[in-house]
Write a protein that binds this ligand. Structure first.
Ligand SMILES: [Zn+2]
Length: 379
């Protein structure tokens, strides 16, 4: 698995939101026998970062680069304890997240999103996407303990229990299907599904997630309903694993009332927006904003593009987001932000499933130093 420095070298994000990344992480977590990501591939660079972290050097770097530089971190959710749960590879152990928060506070300054994206400001912004209930049960207590601000981006159809996150829906159907080999036909597709064991199911989920991303959200939902019928399995809100349940609006209001947590929109059904018509994109974006404003009674000013890579949204998407009145829109492309000159509708975020050494290097200004040395600072 690549290191943060690899990302900086080739400018390509590999810590990404999205189904492929999640399944990839799942496979790696399984094969690594529950070791944390990167644990067996830290190498020389990570060793050096570890040495730096234990010395004064990163504290000094943080102070030297602490001007007009914001690092935004992207998480999804947490699981209890200090070990990964192989069933939920995208969830970080709460103990690990607590160390992340302490590291951010030591080498930088955690800030609310609205305050961070102002010219000249420097700090780190913590964000969570999708709206899992574990954000209330596990994330919020840590943020309260350290008085650390964060922004959560809500997929409103998920909170309203009207539209499952399709990636979780697919996983639920495949994982709960009877153990058999079967031929599934949908439209002109014929798929042989081998469901005899866990690794075959994981492989199918990985491949289907990759293929389904090319379809519209309506087609994905039609596909999943047909798959449910074929396999005699139903996605059931009431029997969802606790860690994959959606937040309730009461939990959202409780977090908002703390003054620590702000909320942004993340569409209604989590589609790949670039695959949607302009009409559907408008509906997804405006309706998610409207629902959050209706439930919270205040303006919803932030948006995060689902999946968030450059080909997951278009110029039309950005125009709709701008016209809707959002102040900022966040991507999942890796990079630092220079608030005085950044594009406020394409604010990059670092996938935060990284080691403490990598996180320390990142929030203490590593990208700024690396960019300065290369004459190619990422904004
Ligand atoms: Zn998302």
């Amino acid at each position: 698995m690549c290191t943060l420095e690899d990302q900086l070298e080739d400018g390509v994000s590999r810590f990404s939101e999205g189904p492929t990344a999640a399944v990839s992480a799942q496979a790696k977590a399984a094969s690594a026998d529950l070791k944390l990501p990167h644990a067996d591939s830290r190498g020389w660079n990570s060793f050096l970062k570890g040495v730096l972290r234990k010395s004064w050097a990163l504290d000094l770097t943080g102070r030297l680069t602490a001007r007009d530089r914001v690092e935004t971190l992207l998480y999804h959710g947490l699981c209890p304890g200090s070990n990964r749960d192989p069933r939920f590879p995208k969830l970080m152990p709460v103990k690990e997240f607590e160390e992340h928060v302490r590291t951010c506070a030591r080498y930088s300054r955690p800030l609310p999103l609205k305050q961070a994206l102002q010219p000249g400001v420097s700090g780190v912004v913590i964000t969570f996407d999708d709206g899992y209930a574990n954000n209330f049960d596990l994330v919020f207590p840590v943020l309260e303990k350290y008085r650390c601000p964060a922004t959560i981006f809500l997929t409103t159809g998920f909170l309203d229990r009207s539209t499952p996150l399709w990636s979780d829906w697919l996983e639920s159907v495949i994982m709960n299907a009877p153990p058999k080999n079967t031929l599934f036909q949908w439209r002109d597709l014929s798929l042989t599904l081998q469901l005899a064991n866990h690794s075959q199911r994981t492989q199918i989920i990985c491949e289907m997630r990759r293929e389904l991303r090319a379809l519209t959200i309506a087609e994905i939902q039609e596909f999943l309903r047909a798959l449910e019928t074929h396999l005699c399995v139903r996605y059931d809100w009431d029997t969802l694993p606790e860690l994959l349940r959606p937040l309730t609006w009461d939990q959202v209001r409780t977090m908002r009332a703390s003054g620590l947590i702000s909320f942004g929109a993340h569409t209604v059904s989590h589609p790949v927006l670039s695959r949607c018509s302009e009409e559907i994109q408008t509906l997804e974006i405006l309706e998610s904003k409207r629902r959050i404003e209706q439930e919270l009674g205040e303006e919803c000013a932030f948006f995060a593009y689902p999946y968030g890579k450059g080909d997951d949204y278009t110029e039309i998407t950005k125009r709709i987001v701008t016209d809707a009145g959002f102040k900022f829109a966040l991507t999942a492309e890796s990079g630092s932000t220079k608030p005085s000159s950044c594009n406020l509708y394409e604010v990059p975020r670092w996938g935060a499933d990284i080691t403490l050494n990598e996180l320390s290097f990142l929030v203490a200004g590593g990208p700024a130093i690396t960019g300065y040395l290369r004459g190619n600072e990422q904004h």
